[in-house]
Structures are given as structure tokens and as C-alpha cells.
Design a protein around this ligand. Structure first.
Ligand SMILES: [Cu+2]
Length: 171
């Protein structure tokens, strides 16, 4: 009996030691997670600052320009002004040919997100209505974070398609 107890002591000690190690690593993991979250939050701030910085240092934030291959002249304007976070709203997309003719009956697909964070829009913005005169209603836009967003459009007039990217910086 005594021998058996003596034999148990190191096992119990070993178990206690193992539990301590396990708890210790759990705590360490939790601390790491907390640190990573802090870093992520700081990172977001930094990226916001960077986006602001790059916006004033060459990021083209114009809301009116030529599409990538020069097929369309496109302008976008938000129905929410000033832009604010976490509010679902719409934009008007106006499409003209390079020589200024309104482009009607175009198929416009919408993409984009935050290129520095590798995420898209929190909603699925899409063209919901052609308003005539080259105007299209882009609905369901929501910006969930401050910083640099891209609004990407693919415009297809049924004959030729072209892409365009607008850079937006949310305060
Ligand atoms: Cu983001």
C-alpha cells in the first residue's frame, strides 16, 4: 500500500505540472491573441493614416475619369454626402463614351473593397436601376472602416467591356 502511494506521488506531481504547463500556454496564447488584436487595431489606424497619406501623395481619388483602356468616361457621385461609415447608401454612376455620348443599356458589374486589408465590401453593392441618359443607380454601398477603399466597375455596352477603379478614402 505504502509503495503504491509512493508510486502515485510522482504521477500526481507530473499531472499537476502538466496542467500548470497547459494553463500557462493557454494564458500565453490568450495574451498573444490580445496582442495580435491590439496590433490589428493599431494596424488599421496606421493603414488609415497611410491611406490618408497616400491619398495626398498621389492616390487618384478623382470621381471622374477614363476607364482603364480608354473606352468610357465615367463619373460616380454618392447620394450620401459627406460619406460616413456603416450607412447603406447609393451612388449614381454616369457612363459616357470617350467622345461624350451617354452609354445606355450597359451591363455594369461592381466589385472592390479595401486593398490594404484584402476584404471586399460588407454588402454586395450592385446596379439596381438604369435611370437614363447614361446614369445608373448603384445601390447597397456600405463602408465599414476608415481608410482606402476601391470601387471597381466593369462596364460592358454589349460590344466592348472595360474596367475602372475609383479610389475612395473614408475619414
Ligand atoms: Cu478594412
Amino acid at each position: 500500500m505504502t509503495k503504491f502511494r509512493l508510486f502515485l506521488i510522482p504521477i500526481v506531481l507530473l499531472l499537476v505540472a502538466l496542467m500548470a504547463v497547459a494553463c500557462g500556454s493557454d494564458e500565453a496564447a490568450m495574451e498573444d491573441e490580445a496582442e495580435m488584436e491590439e496590433m490589428a487595431m493599431e494596424g488599421d489606424d496606421d493603414m488609415g493614416d497611410m491611406a490618408m497619406g497616400s491619398a495626398s501623395e498621389g492616390l487618384d481619388t478623382s470621381t471622374e475619369k477614363m476607364s482603364d483602356s480608354g473606352l468610357y468616361h465615367v463619373s460616380v457621385s454618392s447620394n450620401l454626402d459627406p460619406l460616413t461609415l456603416n450607412e447603406i447608401h447609393s451612388w449614381i454612376v454616369h457612363v459616357e463614351t470617350a467622345d461624350g455620348q451617354a452609354v445606355e443599356k450597359a451591363q455594369i458589374t461592381v466589385g472592390g473593397g479595401m486593398p490594404e486589408h484584402n476584404h471586399g465590401f460588407p454588402t454586395a453593392p450592385e446596379i439596381t436601376e438604369e435611370m437614363g441618359g447614361g446614369d445608373y443607380l448603384l445601390d447597397g454601398v456600405k463602408f465599414s472602416m476608415a481608410g482606402w477603399w476601391e470601387l471597381k466597375l466593369n462596364i460592358d455596352d454589349g460590344d466592348q467591356a472595360d474596367d475602372i477603379t475609383f479610389n475612395l478614402v473614408l475619414p
